[in-house]
Ligand binder design. Sequence first.
Ligand code: DGL
Length: 276
Amino acid sequence: MDNAPIGIFDSGLGGLTVARAVIDKLPDEEVLYLGDTANSPYGPRPIAEIRELALAGLDELASRGVKVLVIACNTATAAALSDARERYWVDAHIPVIEVITPAARAAVTTTRNHRIGIIGTRATIQSEAYSNALAAVPGLTVVPRACPLFVEFVEAGITTGPDLLAAAHEYLDPLREADVDTLVLGCTHYPLLTGVIGRVMGEGVSLVTSSEATANVTYNELTDRDLLHEPRVAEDDVPHHRFLTTSTPATFAKLARRFLGPEVNSADEVDLVGGI
Ligand code: DGL
């Protein structure tokens, strides 16, 4: 048993989709969430810069005593996973969970025609992290596509409307024409856009998100390593999730409440050491 919180990191609000799934699957656990909103979006930045920012955020969570780190960001995973595993698992024995392998696995079990589309930020797509994760599966056709504006829409709280729909057509029409039957939302912001993505891709295309699959990995990791929170039996023993942001807490809390739910009471501002 371990009553320390689960640390969840993202460049901004997208990781809340993973946090939601983790809270639903592990209701006794406490979450400490950090969104590096001051530096979001990560997607257009060079890989070395994303690595530096992600490690600064993960350092902050590690220094606050989390029992496991969830990198709830595909872009940060693509840029920093091996460094993070070295730094926290090898050196400090804090398990590090990522979002790319769980989503890639889920896509393989979902597709029927073996044609999988991958959408993500420019950095994630350029890193080829998904294509590499899927490379060992025989007979797959993988069609990747960067959708840089999607994160900016979400961070601005925009999940409907004509501008978003136009951007979705520009990004997704080629994937529909490529006849993919499964689309990996390879960015944790994108589950907040399933309305518009589903509308453009059509009903025959399954949307795969990393949130559910990553929450399953988190459940298994805590169970296998005996890191679960002790059962909360008393009625007033409820988890107090905490939310940290590198920009304005009130703005973050308002959007986070909308995207995650009533568990977000407030947010606190944090300055990241080593950030740029
Ligand atoms: N949520 C991050 C991801 O999964 C995103 C993005 C960003 O800051 O560009 O890739």
